[in-house]
Design a protein around this ligand. Structure first.
Ligand SMILES: Cc1ncc(COP(=O)(O)O)c(C=O)c1O
Length: 399
């Protein structure tokens, strides 16, 4: 490693000014709307959140949108409102952020972890039938990196076993599966507006659903379990009286955050377009590099391009993934890894006794994954710098 690092630092780095892995794209309209909210006298959940919900539902084409303070919170209440609890099992792919499975544990239910498909690293429908038991109640498919899961096959299996589907669409705002928007396909879909996501409210999330009753129940779970429109109780049309129907959570999105969301949403289409262009530029810059495997792209879906995750062909390289990341860093390029699979996390290993060989596809992919920077504020030049840094690192370290 030392020689590699020295080799990489002999020449001037590709970038003198470090290219961070991610930067949010906040415009003047967002800033003005936040200031307007601060001056309005209503800073927590109120009219701007209602408007954000209305516009988000319209954009997605969903009947209801329920704003929450994170995708994690949204997943939690989507399961809670459906009655998931102790004794129940919920299927979750191993290649995801820990939140997808943590919420199942919070409810006293058991996450049943399954392996993923070699191409997209999305949940592999082939493994579903094998793990379904009479206790299985739900599946959380994750549209990893913004590439939609195989919702056709997932729909067939979950319908025949009467399983609830709660989609983790943290990466998939604006994605489509066979011309259908993600957010319109399942009983509940949960989006993330975390700082790095395709649209951001700093922290935040949204649940979409077609089901009136489920929507009402999720709203109740999101705000202390208080029945109907508790957020209004301090306004002119509100009332001091409230009833607690269930022991709910405090997962509401504030108007300060929705102020950001309203303008981010207006730009979502353009931002997806920009991400798609940048991804295509990466593709054009790296497709002929045999040491690098590029992300899968299918014509039947619209990719949201939340992340651009390459896989190293380690058998062709003298360095491992961690060393490759250090080389890119010394070239002035920030990267990340998505994700350390659940079966490699100490809590899940200790509790369920997982071994890497239980999840051969995800485990082998994990060793090779690197997420390159991909965000709307990047220029073509930024992408070209990343490509050059990757190619340089490959060239110096190929077998
Ligand atoms: C796949 C996935 N699911 C859920 C989450 C949780 O999102 P949030 O931070 O909005 O709770 C993330 C966040 O990175 C994620 O990547």
């Amino acid at each position: 490693m030392t020689t590699q690092t020295i080799a990489n630092s002999v020449d001037a780095p590709v970038r003198r000014v470090f290219l961070p892995f991610n930067r949010p794209d906040i415009g003047q309209a967002e800033i003005d709307e936040v200031v307007d909210t601060l001056r309005s006298g209503w800073i927590t959940t109120g009219p701007k959140t209602k408007e954000f919900e209305r516009r988000f539902a319209k954009y997605i084409g969903a009947r209801h949108a329920i704003a929450v303070n994170s995708c994690t919170g949204g997943l939690h209440i989507a399961l809670a409102a459906a009655g998931i609890g102790p004794g129940d099992e919920v299927i979750v792919p191993t290649m995801t952020f820990c939140a997808t499975a943590n919420v199942v544990v919070h409810l006293g239910a058991t996450p049943v972890i399954v392996d993923v498909k070699p191409d997209t690293l999305n949940v592999d429908p082939q493994h579903l039938e094998a793990v379904i038991t009479p206790r299985t109640k739900a599946l959380i498919p994750v549209h990893l990196y913004g590439h939609p899961c195989d919702m056709g096959r997932i729909g067939e299996i979950t319908k025949s076993h009467r399983l609830l589907v709660v989609e983790d669409a943290a990466h998939a705002a604006d994605a489509e599966w066979q011309d259908q928007r993600i957010g319109t396909l399942s009983p509940a879909t949960v989006f993330s507006f975390y700082a790095t996501k395709n649209i951001t409210t700093a922290e935040g999330g949204m649940i979409t659903t077609e089901d009136d009753k489920y929507a009402e129940e999720m709203r109740i779970w999101a705000l202390h379990g208080i029945s109907h429109d508790a957020w209004k109780r301090y306004s002119a049309e509100g009332s001091w009286y409230y009833e607690v129907a269930v022991p709910g959570f405090k997962y509401n999105l504030t108007d300060l955050q929705s102020a950001l969301g309203l303008h981010q949403l207006t730009r979502l289409k353009m931002m997806t377009q920009r991400r798609t262009e940048l991804a295509a530029r990466y593709h054009a810059g790296l497709y002929d590099c045999p040491e690098i495997e590029l992300p899968t792209i299918r014509s039947s879906i619209r990719h949201a391009w939340h992340l651009y995750a390459i896989r190293l062909r380690l058998e062709r390289l003298k360095i491992n993934r961690a060393e490759f990341i250090e080389c890119l860093k010394s070239e002035g390029i920030g990267t990340s890894v998505h994700f350390i699979p659940l079966h490699r996390q100490p809590y899940y290993q200790d509790r369920f006794g997982f071994k890497p060989s239980d999840f051969p596809v995800a485990d082998a992919a994990y060793e090779r994954l690197i997420s390159l920077p991909l965000y709307t504020r990047m220029t073509e030049r930024d992408v070209d710098d990343v490509v050059e840094a990757v190619r340089r690192t490959v060239q110096r370290n190929r077998r």
